[in-house]
Design a protein around this ligand. Structure first.
Ligand SMILES: Nc1ncnc2c1ncn2[C@@H]1O[C@H](COP(=O)(O)OP(=O)(O)OP(=O)(O)O)[C@@H](O)[C@H]1O
Ligand SMILES: [Mg+2]
Length: 229
């Protein structure tokens, strides 16, 4: 199978006033469609920043990202937004649910934006993440773990080719975490969804086919390259 995400010599510098901070430095990797990979590293090592760049949510300073065959630097904001809406799922570290919409309304958004029927699918996904009785609650009425599961359901509703998930099990107890982990792996099998997971959970990382370790914005190891040597 072909490459679904290629990151070439990517760096990211945040500047504010006089000071600038290089948070990603010459990052390179290539992910095959259908793969499950994890990105691990200490707090502040650049994991969330990297995920945002890969998904076209944020701009990189140098280098190139090719996502689902599209060269991101050559795309307009609108083209990038359509690509995300049609082919990409994203689970944010802080969920980013819309506070004025109920759980099910939040889950339906990506499909509704495409003018497609969303209700039945949203019900099914909320059931699969274990929230059949919380569908009509607002985010403020849900626990952190419940909000996280709503955001996972939302990320899957457009049947993305690639799903980026930032700490998808970070706020969950062991049981719920295992259930979500199982769901991610099931959806990978069922739909061949490529999964890119940021996690602090080394047990979860150990179950993925490839582990990329970041430190101080650099890739310090990539298990696929270790195998190749
Ligand atoms: N918008 C921003 N402006 C300036 N600096 C930022 C911005 N966003 C992130 N940073 C800095 O970039 C670095 C990497 O942050 P990032 O959120 O990518 O880390 P992380 O690996 O996801 O950490 P964590 O495990 O705590 O979630 C940090 O030093 C952070 O302070
Ligand atoms: Mg982070």
């Amino acid at each position: 199978m072909g490459s679904i995400l290629k990151i070439e010599k990517v760096s990211k510098v945040y500047t504010s006033g006089e000071s600038s901070l290089k948070v990603l430095d010459d990052v390179n990797f290539d992910i095959e469609a259908g793969d499950i990979i994890s990105i691990v590293g200490p707090s502040g090592s650049g994991k969330t920043t990297l995920l945002g760049l890969c998904a076209g949510l944020d701009k990189f300073t140098e280098g190139e990202v090719v996502l689902c065959g599209k060269v991101l630097s050559a795309m307009s904001e609108d083209e990038c937004a359509s690509l995300r809406n049609e082919k990409v799922g994203f689970v944010f570290q802080n969920f980013q649910l819309i506070p004025t919409l109920t759980a099910i309304e939040n889950v339906m958004i990506p499909l509704e934006l495409q003018g497609k029927r969303a209700y039945d699918k949203a019900v099914e996904l909320l059931d699969r993440v274990g929230l059949p009785d919380r569908m009509h609650h607002y985010p403020s009425q849900l626990s952190g773990g419940e909000q996280q599961r709503v955001s996972i359901a939302r990320a899957f509703i457009n049947e993305p080719e690639i799903l980026f998930a930032d700490e998808p099990t970070g706020n969950l107890d062991d049981n719920t975490g295992s259930r979500i982990e199982a769901l991610l792996f099931e959806l990978n099998k069922e739909k061949n969804t490529t999964l890119v997971l940021v996690t602090h959970d080394l047990e979860l990382a150990g179950k993925t086919s490839r582990i990329i370790k970041l430190r101080g914005g650099k890739v310090i190891s990539d298990s696929s390259q270790m195998q190749a040597v």
